[in-house]
Structure formats: C-alpha cells, structure tokens
Ligand binder design. Sequence first.
Ligand SMILES: Nc1ncnc2c1ncn2[C@@H]1O[C@H](COP(=O)(O)OP(=O)(O)OP(=O)(O)O)[C@@H](O)[C@H]1O
Length: 710
Amino acid sequence: AIPGCLTQCGGVEIPYPFGVGTNCSRKGFRIKCINGSAGEEIPVLLPTTRYQNIRVLNLSVSPLPEARVLLPVAWQCFNATGGVTGIYSGDVDFNPEGVYRISNTQNELFVLGCDTYAFTKGVRVHNVNARFPYRYFTGCITVSVDDKDPRDGACAGLGCCRVDIPPGITDTSMTFSSTWTRANQTFCPCDYAFIVEKGNYTFKASDLVSHTPDNRLPLDWWTMPLRLDWAIRDNNGDSMTSISCAQAPNEPDYGCRSKHSECTNSTNGPGYFCKCAHGYDGNPYVQSDGECTNINECQDPKSHNCSSGSKCIDTDGGYYCQCNFFRRGQQCDPLIPMAAVALLTTFAAVVLGCVAIVLLQTLNNRKRFNRNGGKLLNAQGITTYTKRELKKITNGYSKRLGGGHFGNVYEGTIVDGRKVAVKCPLRTRVSSHRCHWKNLIRPRRVPLPQQRVEEDGSFMNEIRFQFEVSRHKNLVQLLGCCLETDIPILVFEFVANGSLEDILHSAKKPCTLSLPERLDIAIGSAEAIAYMHSLDNQKRVHGDIKPSNILLDDDLNPKVSDFGSSKLLAIHSYYVRAVAADIGYMDPLYMKTEHFTLECDVYSFGVVLLELITRRRASWYEQDHQGNKILPIEFVKCFKDHGSGCAMYDSRLDFSAGEDAQSRCNKRCLDMIGMLAVRCLKEDKRERPTMAEVVEELKRVKVLLLGTHI
Ligand SMILES: Nc1ncnc2c1ncn2[C@@H]1O[C@H](COP(=O)(O)OP(=O)(O)OP(=O)(O)O)[C@@H](O)[C@H]1O
C-alpha cells in the first residue's frame, strides 16, 4: 500500500494498486473498509452503482492478479399455481470502472430448478446493427418431474445443471425462463442461478427447498465465493480503447512501476497487468517499499536445481550452480568416476593400513629388542637376528626338525653357509604323547610383567650366560638369538646326527653303536654336565637330562642341548618350579622336596647310562610281565639278584663271562658302568657321586676298555 494508507482491513491485505481512501489506490481499485453488524471490519469493492457492498475475501497482485469476492445468488420463486412471487437477477454491478472480469478458468455457472433455463451475458456490443446486444450469453437448462430426480452431488440436468463460462464476463445478472408450467411444484418452489469458484459448491437436493428467500437483503441471504481477474484497463475496460503492453510502457500512468517488473497482456478482457521479472518477487506496481526484489533461490532447495555435486550461488535475478572441487560439466559430474574414486580410496586405505601395520610391527619389534637387552648383547658381540632374517634363514620355517616343551626346532642356513637349528618358543605347549611333569604337577604359571623382565634384565643375563657356557665342546653352541619376540628365539649350531634317543631306540634304523662309542658318548655328556655343575659363580642344574637332549655330531661326539630353554620359559612365565623334566628321568627326591639340585641331574644321568648299556627306554610296557616297567627299578633289582646287569645289557654288545678276553672285558666294563649307574640312582643323594666323579669313573672304564680294544 501507499505510505499512510491502510495496509489491511478485516484481516485482508490491501496491496497497491488497491487502496482504502482517497489517493491510496489506482483508479478503479478502490476498496472501502466498512463495519459489520458486530462492529467487525469488512473490506468491500467500491464504487458500485447500486446499494450492495461486494465483500472482498482476498486481493492478490502476484503471481496472478485476482480478487476473491462474495456475490449474491439470483433467484425467482413461484406459488402453487405457478405464479412468480419474487425475483432477483443477482445484478450487483461491481465493475463500474471495468477493471474486473469474472475468471473463466477459476469459476463455473450453476442453475438450480425444476423447469428452468437461466443464463448470463457479457460485454455489451455498442453497434446498433449487431446481431446481439452482448458478446456472450451462457447458461444451462434443468428440469425435474418430481422430488425423486434431484440427487446430491449430481448436477447434470435433474434439478441442477452447471456449465463453464467464457472469458470476458463482467457481471452476474441472470435471466430466468421456463418451458412448462411451474404449478404444483412445492418440492421445488424456486429457481437459483450463480457463478461460483470451481470446487466450492456441490449440489444438494435440499438446496431446492431450503433457500427460499425471506425479506432480507439479497447480499445478506445466499452468497457464493468467486474469483475475479483484474487488470489495468483504461476507459472503463472498453475493449476497443483499453491499451495493452505494446503501448502501456509509454503512457505516463504506466502501472508497472517496479524496476524489475514486466508488462503482461490480460488474458481475460482488454488491458494489461504487471509481474515481477523472473528471479524477483514483490509488488510490481510500486517503486520502493515492497517492490520486486531479488529472490534468493539458494535459500530454498526447491527453488533451484543445483545438483549435490555443486554449490548454488545467488545472483541478482537468478542463480548459478558452481561445480564442487574436482567436478565439471552440466551435471557437475566427478572428473574421476565415483567407482574409480571408491577404488582408489579403498586402495589407499589398504596401503595405509598395511604401512601402519608394518610400522607398528617394526616399532613393537624394536621395543621388544630393547626390552630384552638387544643393544647390550650386540655390544658384547652376541649376534642378534631380526624376525625377518630368521624367516629367510629357515626358508620360511619350512623344515621342522622336532619339537619339545620349549617350542619347535627348524633347520636353517646362515650367511656363511653353516647349518643351524632355530628354536622357536611356543607360548602354550601342546603335548599329549609325552608324560611331562608339568602335566602331573600343575605348576603355578603367572606371566611375568614385561617391565619386570626388562628391569631385572633376566633374558639378557641368561642369553649371555648360555652364549658363554655353550662354548664347551659337548654343549650345543648358541650362535645367536632374536629378541623381537616375547621369549627370545635361539639359534644353535646344527648337530647332524640326531639325538641319542633316535639312535638307541629308532624303529627305522638298528642301533650299531659299539661299547667304546657308547662310552665316549657317556663321557662327553657327563663332562658337559659336570662343567655346568662346576661353574663358580652360577652352578647350573640342567634339569632335563635324557637321551633326546644329547645330540650327536657327524663323529658321534655328544652335545648336550636344552640347558637353558626351560630357564628362558621360566623367566617369561615365572614358573614356581623353574625347571621342566621328563618323569622317566626325574629324581624321586625332587617329587618329595620339589627342589631341583645337582644330584637330580646325577640321577637323570644314571638313567641315561642304563639306557646306553641296556638300550631299553626309561620305562616300558611288558604284556607278559605285569605291565609297566621302570628301568632304574628293574636294573637295580637285576644287579642285586645276579651281582651283574647281564640279563639286561644290550645283546648287541659283545659280552660274556667266558673265555674270550674281549667279551670278558666288555662285561666288566658294562658292570662298572652299571654299578656307577646304580650309585647315581641311590635314594640318599649323599651316596650319589658328583658328575665330576662320574666322569672320572667313566674314564677309568675307558682306560680298561682301551687296553683291550687297541
Ligand atoms: N642343535 C640341533 N641340531 C639339530 N637338531 C636339533 C637341534 N636341537 C634340537 N634338534 C632337534 O629338534 C628336536 C626337538 O628338540 P628340543 O630340544 O626342542 O626338544 P626335546 O629335547 O625333544 O624335548 P624337550 O625340550 O621337551 O625336552 C630334537 O629331538 C632334535 O631332533
């Protein structure tokens, strides 16, 4: 509205060119704001040439110029004889300045009656010689013989008819006519005709009787909402003289005042109306406040069609879509197809993941290496290997030599071409075929906190110790280790001929060891154990002396192995009993005291001696002779009973008490070894010899034997 003019009345907005009061509207668009019976504000159209006020329901300037108003229904009624008792044509003359046309697209014409023909007309023709006084006549006919025909919702000629209207209609004045008599028509005492907004009226048969007019003014009686098209039409909307967009912009009172407005020719009657240009919204009929201003299409996703791959940029009167990074084209398609992006991303993620894993592993390896004292061991000339190097050395751990409680042993070759045995720790030992003391007496195994291992440097000290002592010719030499694991992996010299266990008891190959060879094996092994027992600073119990831990090289030189593995396990897992041994070789005293001493090794070695001379296992099963036999028990008994172990000596050894000097000597030597073994097995550990004494005794046997064997 113009500044200083009413902007609304009774809740209805009044936009320019409409206005209330003098100089507030354009000519023909004046609105009056009156008070209703209850004092409420009611906007009505002005000026009218009659007394009626046309109530305005809504006024709009865009997108289409429309006014929604209430107009009265036309009627005529009859008495019982068919005589007309009253009539109202519905003519309200709401259009003195000619700006309105009844919208032909939004409204329709209804006629209600039982013998009725009603029509309206529009656009008076001034030419006296014209065929008709008006350009348009439109209406319809409706009949009904009795009250059974009219049906609610059906408006096709029985009590009700409807018809579309042409453009250009300027008033609602109806003309009624009939064909037959209206006498005796109490079920249908009146005819009605009206134009109404499409969809706003549905015929009801009861409307034929219930709307009989009384003495009220027509406008207070039965009205219908309908839509009026309005436009700027000069000269009272005269179709001949009203100007269109072709001329209007040149006129001094050109209506489209806003900078961003456009002129559009009216499609219902002469004249023109104004619209905001595309991309603008507001009132095209004003120059300042409320005029057409830019629409920010980017604010509402429904107002623009930029794809998800682009950004909406608002401009004056429009917008454009700016493709996001790495997209182009009309649809802002990705420069690289999504599938390729997904593939690349996945690939990059996998590569990054792998790199992260490798880095983490390297970091962890380094951490363990340092924690296990790797740097110090290196500084002391002890060779350390990385896990990767060991994998190469063992050719991917492809050749397994065997396995024990410490873990698996694999064959490998180091750079100088030497064969090695790589001993890998197992965290959890899985062994069902052997009777291990751990399976009999459950040890309390509590993982030692790594920090403690680190603090007390146990691994480092143990490896350094093993490295130093293993230089003894009868101990398997430790060549190096890998400290990148929780428990170090040990790399030993390769001992080619397998274990004494394999040689004595192999089912595949008969044992061909002679007595001197067996004696040498016994002496060498005893020397190694005695050496360990003799160490000044750190006397070391082997704890697991048995034939499978005595390996033989190409020349059948014995090499005692496994002298440190149990200690390493113990360090890591903090065994309460820090040794592990095979039950067949275990000192019964240990079972009582749970305390491993040097004498325990002596006992185990006694069993080994017996195995060497009898080639029987530490325990075996004899079906005919009451089941399980324990070698030490059987041998001691035999020796006691016969004063010799002859009945149990290996039959492959040449021995007899007969004339042959050699076999006599062999028997004597075997008896000496047997007696030595019996001493080693003494229940009272104080009666057992030391390992040094065992060596001495075995050497004496050798002197005796050499005397005859030369
Ligand atoms: N230095 C080595 N050279 C050649 N072979 C070896 C070497 N060390 C071990 N072996 C082989 O690996 C097998 C397993 O050895 P390991 O010492 O781990 O177990 P074990 O002594 O048989 O049992 P446990 O350790 O439980 O007493 C041995 O029987 C032997 O055949």
